[in-house]
Write a protein that binds this ligand. Structure first.
Ligand SMILES: [Mn+2]
Length: 507
């Protein structure tokens, strides 16, 4: 059934003078051409691709999947949604023009001569293409009711492949990734130029503010300058609206990412003891995540002992943890492209001091109440406002905030103790779907964090001195459901008794 839907959406070359594709037909995968058939993976199952496949990496990828846990049908559904939203965006403005959506892949980035950073694919590109190869480009063209996806990839190259490993190549890319066509990257400019030639009023959906591929960007800008009447429109909001609601298989991947990070952090708490360095706990959580199947940590973790926890983005992680200190660890992993994001705070000696415990219980209580309120489907900004109110009231009880102040002053005072937002969207990226406002109400299928904190600056003149330097945050990852919420990081202990038991085990 899916094929027929796809076929009806396919660009009709004869109708729209799609001469370029005809011209490049030798390089395009002709799915039904028997002469091309023999160079497909089906015929040569042991041939390597530029990324794992079910043939070469059956321990990672099941039959029918393009990425671990992501089937070809899932990619088709994502692309259909993109076609729908591009078409809708134009219909609502009553614009009848050809749409060209350009989604670039990341390029490799080097830390020094020939030494690359770990490659991470551009998330929007990966979401719609399933392709992990650098420098590729996915192009969607829509005109009237027809649409077509073309994937531009690096051609195979014996010399480069000797150094960097296999490339998927143009010949089988359309079959592997399920796009309508595949072309070599060298044809990209000519391809776009000919589309513009056909319809000079084309709208080009390309994010020119956030440059992913500098060379592509330069070429596109030159091309657009040379022609008239083209309009650049950023497609990112459209992408993020689609990515915001997670599909069933994405939820499964997120569940596993959260489970791995939860267990890894629990294990890290259990193995911690005074006089270890923050760096060693960083190494422990990294190791425990990878040993459970994560590719790597999702971000440089915060491992902050004592006062270091007052630095929100503390990632130096090079201090010795002294007996009696609290440790704040903010860490998560990336599992098959999906990120978890957890924070736990624990006493390195195995027992909270009275002040640490009072403050910890306040943060924990507030966090649990906020999670409970998710059943009312508030916006993330509503949750933040609510956190400031709850935190303010509780901090008044222990004299960290003066009593007898009006609500506005109370919220401001609480904000001074927690100067970061309480929530963000989570998914493939840690701060996922950044184009989506936090003022919209949450909906089933979204995944968010809830992460209240309290940080008592050592210079704070209002706080009693025994609280100075304490920094506490508790962060869980939550799937919004019809009935409220599901805490995906529930395996990571956070109750006082659980934390103390775990943290006491390696003393
Ligand atoms: Mn977070």
């Amino acid at each position: 059934m899916f094929n027929s839907v796809k076929h009806s959406l396919r660009y009709n070359p004869s109708k729209f003078g799609y001469q370029l594709l005809a011209h490049f037909s030798a390089e395009t995968t002709a799915k039904n051409d028997p002469t091309q058939r023999e160079c497909t993976r089906n015929s040569y199952p042991h041939a390597m691709c530029g990324q794992p496949t079910s043939i070469t990496h059956s321990h990672l990828i099941k039959h029918g999947e393009v990425l671990p846990g992501i089937s070809l049908q899932e990619l088709e559904r994502r692309r259909s949604k993109l076609v729908e939203s591009v078409t809708l965006a134009m219909h609502t403005k009553n614009i009848q023009r050809q749409q060209i959506v350009i989604i670039p892949a990341s390029s490799k980035i080097y830390m020094s001569d020939k030494i690359p950073y770990i490659f991470r694919q551009n998330t929007d590109f990966l979401y719609f293409s399933g392709c992990q190869e650098p420098d590729s480009i996915l192009v969607l063209t829509c005109k009237e009711d027809k649409s077509s996806f073309t994937l531009f990839v690096r051609p195979r190259d014996e010399h480069s492949e000797l150094w960097d490993g296999p490339r998927t190549g143009v010949e089988i890319a359309a079959e592997i990734f399920g796009t309508d066509h595949a072309l070599p990257l060298t044809k990209f400019e000519q391809f776009v130029a000919s589309l513009i030639q056909e319809d000079k009023k084309s709208i080009i959906w390309y994010d020119h503010a956030d440059v992913v591929q500098p060379i592509l960007h330069k070429k596109l800008c030159q091309l657009i300058k040379l022609t008239d009447n083209q309009i650049f429109a950023s497609p990112k909001t459209l992408f993020h609206q689609i990515r915001l609601i997670k599909s069933a298989c994405e939820v499964d991947l997120m569940r596993e990412s959260c489970r791995i990070a939860s267990d890894a952090i629990a294990q890290t708490i259990q193995s911690s003891k005074p006089e270890m360095s923050e760096h060693q706990l960083f190494a422990t959580v990294d190791y425990e995540c990878r040993m459970r199947g994560a590719e790597h940590l999702a971000y440089p973790p915060v491992v902050a002992a004592g006062r270091n926890a007052n630095i929100i983005h503390y990632i130096s992680n090079n201090q010795i943890i002294r007996s009696g200190d609290l440790v704040l660890m903010d860490a998560g992993c990336e599992y098959h492209g999906y990120s978890s994001d957890i924070t736990r705070t624990w006493p390195i000696s195995g027992k909270f001091t009275p002040e640490q415990r009072v403050l910890y219980e306040i943060v924990l209580d507030v966090q649990k109440i906020l999670i409970e309120t998710l059943k009312d489907m508030p916006s993330l900004d509503n949750v933040f406002h609510h956190m400031c109110f709850l935190l303010g009231k509780r901090l008044q009880e222990i004299n960290l905030i003066p009593k007898n102040i009006d609500e506005e002053k109370l919220l401001t005072a609480a904000y001074m103790y927690c100067p970061h937002h309480v929530s963000h969207y989570l998914g493939m990226d840690v701060h996922d779907t950044g184009k989506i406002s936090r003022s919209i109400r949450i909906q089933p299928g979204m995944i968010i964090t809830i992460e209240p904190g309290v940080y008592v600056n050592p210079k704070n003149p209002h706080a009693p001195s025994q609280f100075h330097g304490l920094g506490i945050r508790i962060e869980d990852d939550i799937l919004v459901t019809e009935n409220g919420s599901e805490v995906l990081t529930k395996d990571c202990p956070k109750e006082v008794a659980e934390i103390e038991t775990l943290a006491s085990q390696n003393q």
